[in-house]
Design a protein around this ligand. Structure first.
Ligand code: GLA
Length: 385
């Protein structure tokens, strides 16, 4: 939606002009999947697909929210912020407002129009983008100074404790802290980070949605977290580690006998994926895209067979991509159970890639995949209109 159109909507709905635009990004993750909540390193990048929030401060005791493509206005009262957990739409926003208020930030009433271009349920972090953009809007309207990392942490807390998804910090961090044309190498144990140029030369990343919707609240996401926590406890009986990500592949081979069944498989994924992140960053820095591509493939295979979060749709989509001669590697990103893949594809071959993979996917699965034109952008933006 164009900006002028969004502003017209705003005026029609709220009868006043929007004055500000706050945005936060959706994200991809180059590699490092399902390791953020194990203290591992992840390697996400912020996208041009974003949550755009048009706003006007009203100073009343209510936040009114409208959404592109959805009729009606959702109202949340600023002195009842704890009571909106069951909202189907607006609970992420209420959660953010609730925790900001608990931190002592005055929540000032405002009108907000959400034009979110991150497809929902796509594994591109629409929820983090909504949370972070809302956190920025409310902090700006409260007139307080804020730190972007703090807003990411507060947004994660809202998702954990208000929306009930026990997610790690990767998505909110990338949404807030992403940098144009860079991926963020984030150590989720310490929150230390480094920006690495996402230089792919004659290649680019193609983002494809398998269009099987996922919902983390209903998915096995929280179950996976419990499984790796069980693994950690068992390993801690012989190794002095705080996080599973600290266990090296060599150490894991020595302690694996302590684990069995799915707990062993989940832990093996985490340990090996953390090792792949290290190698992938080295490969990218050295310009070795072939190596990067094969690490993406290994990551997918591990998420499919050890972590078991892919499913037929994601497996098909990435396998079809991998069959293309100009594709160096492909894998699912985000939580899985549906959502998106990324593939490293030669720029000159992208059109044919999309056509062939798209057709074969439709033939196999029975419905279409979507392919997005993406670029890597900054995380948060704030603009006075
Ligand atoms: C979701 C969560 C993240 C992360 C990924 C898997 O996107 O929100 O915290 O755990 O899944 O890597």
């Amino acid at each position: 939606m164009e900006r002028t159109e969004a502003m017209q909507f705003f005026k029609e709905i709220f009868n006043v002009e929007a004055e500000d635009l706050f945005t936060a990004a959706g994200r991809i993750n180059v590699i490092g999947e399902h390791v953020d909540y194990c203290g591992g390193k992840v390697f996400p990048a912020a996208l041009n697909l974003r949550c755009n929030v048009y706003g006007k401060k009203t100073g009343r005791k209510v936040i009114r929210m409208a959404f592109r493509g959805i009729d009606g206005v959702v109202e949340i009262e600023t002195d009842k912020l704890g009571s909106y957990k069951d909202l189907k739409i607006g609970n992420y926003q209420a959660g953010v407002a609730y925790f900001l208020q608990k931190k002592g930030v005055e929540i000032v009433g405002c009108d907000l129009f959400y034009d979110c271009t991150v497809p929902f349920g796509s594994g591109l972090s629409s929820s983090a983008a909504i949370e972070v953009a809302t956190a920025v809007a409310l902090s700006e309207y409260a007139g307080v100074k804020y730190d972007k990392v703090d807003l990411a942490l507060l947004s994660q807390k809202a998702e954990n404790e208000y929306a009930g998804v026990n997610c790690g910090i990767m998505d909110q961090f990338a949404s807030a802290m992403g940098k144009k044309d860079h991926a963020v190498l984030l150590d989720c144990a310490t929150l230390e980070y480094e920006y690495v140029p996402l230089k792919l030369g004659e290649y680019c990343l193609v983002v494809a949605n398998c269009n099987k919707p996922h919902n983390l609240v209903e998915s096995k996401y929280n179950v996976r977290r419990q499984e790796v926590e069980t693994a950690l406890k068992l390993i801690q009986s012989v190794l002095p580690v705080k996080h599973l990500a600290e266990v090296s592949p060599k150490q894991f081979a020595e302690v694996k006998y302590l684990l069995s069944g799915v707990v062993a498989k989940r832990a093996e994924h985490v340990v090996m994926e953390c090792d792949r992140v290290k190698r992938a960053v080295e490969a990218l820095k050295a310009g070795d895209l072939v190596e990067l591509g094969s690490l993406l493939n290994e990551s997918h295979y591990s998420l499919s067979t050890l972590y078991e979060v892919t499913g037929k749709e994601l497996d098909t989509l990435s396998a079809l991509a991998r069959k293309e001669s100009e594709c160096l590697g492909s894998r699912m990103i985000g939580a899985g159970f549906g959502g998106c893949t990324i593939s490293i594809v030669k720029k000159s071959a992208v059109d044919g890639f999309i056509r062939r993979v798209g057709k074969a996917y439709n033939d196999t699965i029975g419905y279409k995949a979507s392919f997005y034109e993406t670029s890597i952008e900054d995380g948060i933006t704030v603009e006075r209109l």
